[in-house]
Design a protein. Sequence first.
Length: 87
Amino acid sequence: MYQLLSLLNDAVQIYTFILVIYALLSWFPGAYDSAFGRLIAKISEPYLSLFDRLNLHIGMIDFTIIVAVVVLQLAAGGLSIILRMFV
């Protein structure tokens, strides 16, 4: 069971890192048009599209990725607690 929790934690950390890279790519013009940018976008956008309806734009700043990362971390923590209860 510990291995499952460790795998879950590692997967969440890797996906969080991918989301941060996706956010950083927005700072560079044309970064999403590169092969690397398309790969990161293909991995990130399905999850981020869940938060598009929340309209998290304030001025020129988009807080969608921050909220998505927080929700991902909270969900992983909650799932980890639930799994530990059954051990």
